[in-house]
Design a protein around this ligand. Structure first.
Ligand code: DQA
Length: 147
């Protein structure tokens, strides 16, 4: 199984950015542990602060992978283009957030991408990514590829 984790703007600063909200752990650290926990899953990773680069990556990998886990950061709340990109590809996308966006400012309650995604996981800290991976694995075992 091949999956891709995409992190959007400001998530390159995880570990240093508002640790009270996003935790003190750098994402690279967490990713290493996740890869060890799931040795049979090929987990690639992409981070960008630019909306267009996130869209290009969805186009590039969105027809060949088994799943994409997307934390679009603040673009979640603003980007019609990201929602359209998710609708344009065939790979299922799970929207994730580290924080519980519904407990935060009202502008974070709206997502421009949720309706295009297979599902949404938020509020479990970095574990949100693992929970999304579990959801993709569960889906895979319900719909195995029959050769
Ligand atoms: C976030 C929540 C967004 O509202 C925020 O803009 C982020 C991170 C999260 O993971 O909790 O950058 O997506």
């Amino acid at each position: 199984m091949k999956i891709l984790i995409i992190n959007g703007p400001n998530l390159n600063l995880l570990g240093r950015r508002e640790p009270g909200i996003y935790g003190a752990r750098p994402f690279g650290d967490y990713l290493e542990e996740l890869r060890k926990q799931y040795p049979d899953v090929e987990i690639s990773y992409f981070q960008s602060n630019c909306e267009g680069e996130l869209i290009d990556k969805l186009h590039e990998d969105g027809f060949i992978l088994d799943g994409i886990i997307l934390n679009a950061g603040a673009y979640t709340h603003t980007s019609i283009a990201l929602g359209d990109a998710i609708r344009a590809i065939s790979t299922p996308v799970i929207e994730v957030h580290i924080s519980n966006v519904h407990q935060r400012e009202e502008f974070r309650h709206k997502s421009m991408i949720s309706s295009a995604c297979m599902g949404v996981i938020c509020g479990f800290g970095l574990d949100s990514y693992r929970l999304a991976l579990e959801a993709l694995l569960a889906r895979q075992s319900v719909n195995p590829v029959i050769c």
